[in-house]
Design a protein. Sequence first.
Length: 288
Amino acid sequence: MQDQASKLRDISRNRNDEDQTVSSTVMAVTSGKGGVGKSNMSTNLALALVQYGKKVLLMDFDLGLANVDVLFGLYPRFTLRDVLNGKKKLKDILIEGPEGLMIIPASSGVEEMVNLSALQKERLIKDVRSFKNEVDIVLVDTGSGIYADVVKMLVAANEIILIVTPEPTSITDAYAVIKVVSKYKKYPRIKLLINMCKNIADAKNTGKKITEAAKRFLDVEIGEVWGVPFDTHVAMAVRQQKPFLLQYPEVAVSSNIRKIAGNILGAQNFNHYQNGFGIESFFQDLMD
């Protein structure tokens, strides 16, 4: 754990010495616990960003419950492991989702990155570099909780979107994520997405509990707080293996996701995001 902590701190510390002009930004979508709709929010938010005209890459890096392909009704033939063993290029395993969304399916192979040889690492980074300029935004659907591999992804990302519900256990676990990340990154960029809330007041109250605790006990400033209402159309879309944004575009939950995507791409926010380090640096950090 001490070795892991040192590596995570190095990731954050070395940021100041790198060129910050890149063509893409990496946002990690995570949660403190499972069952809060993390992957559903990832897939639909990625689609909403595509609908705004952005080139988006969605990476399913949930080591325990990789299911982005299931939510889209897709059946991938290859995974990241095929890239790491030299059988395929990164572009070969990409799946094209609805409306041109690019997807790296399933997380098979992610846990092996730290054990790659120098030659394998060089080959993977060269592979990533070959298409990084084709992507505006990378959304990484991470695992839930504060496992070492998840935390490393969060520290490596430019931005964190933390999915939480109004339930006390979800709030407590979300705070735990913020606490751990803040140990390795002095000024983490964290946004809250309150999912399955009853109404606006419910979202605001939940967000207030987390933001005030983070500021008081961790000295961490939380960014935007977004709310997505509970909607039965979400479960219906999951059963149909279709994104609710496409299957039920007129319902409230779809409207909220589009507003969140618009907020992310707002002139002030997106210019801030564009000072990130991109997909190449993200992969390098995962392999360190």
